[in-house]
Design a protein around this ligand. Structure first.
Ligand code: UDP
Length: 328
């Protein structure tokens, strides 16, 4: 199979590239390096089945050509990270909505299958966990920037499903829950690499709010495997799938666990949401997926538990800190 991965130089995109190549597929990536990096794909650059184009999805001639060459499109290009979303809402909304609109329109012309990666953010602040794919989405008001991300991704989902219903374009919608692993950057606020780095440096670990909010983390290799398997399964077309794990942990417990696994001397500081993000910031209190649907359709059993996920990030961050201290 020939696959196009938009956002292929991002954290998840680079792991998906690796996974597809390992399974004998040819991969084209398209990335504008807004949040992705060349470092993420350095180890793939010379592989005969890997081709990269540095450009935006919105460049129609370039994207059209790549879609023509591919059998399937994994659309991962999107604004990423709550910090970035709060800081740059225009960019978030435009990237998410225009990008997906462009991909679906061009894919429809060429009749190519699209796997859309959406997010567990779309469930919003609903307290009804675990979230099933047909749960209601409970979003906050439009003057609170955070919800623009969920809302723009929900529009992407509506649009993808509309292309399926109205035009028969094969689409698969996936909602990724908190994904973690090597190469994820803490730059956009992601909690796991941030805590690991703080712990390794013996800096204070910054827990936002009271730390009672909870998340479930999935290793990026399990996510890549799920995306690939779904793309290969006829029964997944026209449907929405949670991709995540149901091992739930509060953020305060996560901080303690990471401190312990690193053997760190760090303090754990509680920082108010206002200070961390913006006035009136609303967090999702719990975010737990129901993963029974994906388990019915593919062989989905996340292979990495939370300790293994954290360990993989510790190993990666240790190496990169050593590297930057030597090269600095
Ligand atoms: N968080 C934190 N300290 C940090 C970064 C994040 O306490 O330095 C919290 C954040 O407020 C949220 C959770 O960790 O409750 C997960 O944040 P992340 O941005 O990784 O993903 P989200 O689940 O919010 O999309």
């Amino acid at each position: 199979m020939k696959a196009l991965i938009t956002g292929g130089a991002g954290f998840i995109g680079s792991h998906l590239s690796e996974h597809l190549i390992k399974h004998g597929n040819k991969v084209f990536i398209l990335d504008d390096l807004s949040t992705g990096t060349i470092e993420n794909i350095l180890h793939l650059k010379n592989h005969p089945n890997f081709h990269y184009t540095i450009d935006t999805v919105m460049n129609i001639p370039v994207t059209t050509k790549l879609i023509e060459q591919s059998d399937v499109i994994f659309h991962l290009a999107a604004a990423v990270g709550v910090k970035l979303i709060v800081k740059s809402p225009v960019r978030t909304i435009e990237t998410n909505v225009k990008g997906t609109e462009t991909i679906l329109k061009l894919a429809e012309k060429k009749r190519k299958k699209v796997i859309l990666t959406s997010t567990s953010e779309v469930y919003g602040k609903s307290g009804k966990v675990p979230f099933t794919e047909d749960s209601d989405l409970v979003l906050g008001p439009t003057h609170k920037g955070r919800w623009s991300y969920a809302c723009s991704k929900a529009i992407d989902e509506f649009l993808a499903l509309a292309y399926w219903r109205e035009k028969g374009l094969p689409v698969i919608v996936t909602r990724l829950f908190n994904t973690a692993g090597p190469r994820q950057s803490g730059r956009y606020g992601m909690v796991l690499p941030t805590f690991v780095r703080q712990a390794l440096l013996d800096h204070p670990i910054t827990v936002f709010g009271e730390g009672t909010q909870s998340r479930c983390f999935t290793h990026v290799s399990d996510v890549a495997n799920a995306l690939y398997q779904l793309s290969q399964t006829e029964a997944s077309i026209g449907r929405v799938f949670n991709i995540g794990s149901d091992e739930e942990i509060s953020i305060l417990e996560l901080a303690k666990k990471i401190k312990h696994l690193v053997g760190s001397q760090s303090r754990i500081d509680l920082i108010s949401y206002e200070e961390a993000y913006e006035e009136g910031f609303e967090d999702m209190p719990r975010r737990v997926p129901d993963i029974s649907l994906i388990k019915q359709i593919i062989d989905y059993h996340p292979r990495n538990n939370l300790n293994q996920i954290i360990q993989s990030v510790i190993d990666y961050e240790r190496l990169s800190l050593n590297f930057s201290s030597k090269s600095g």
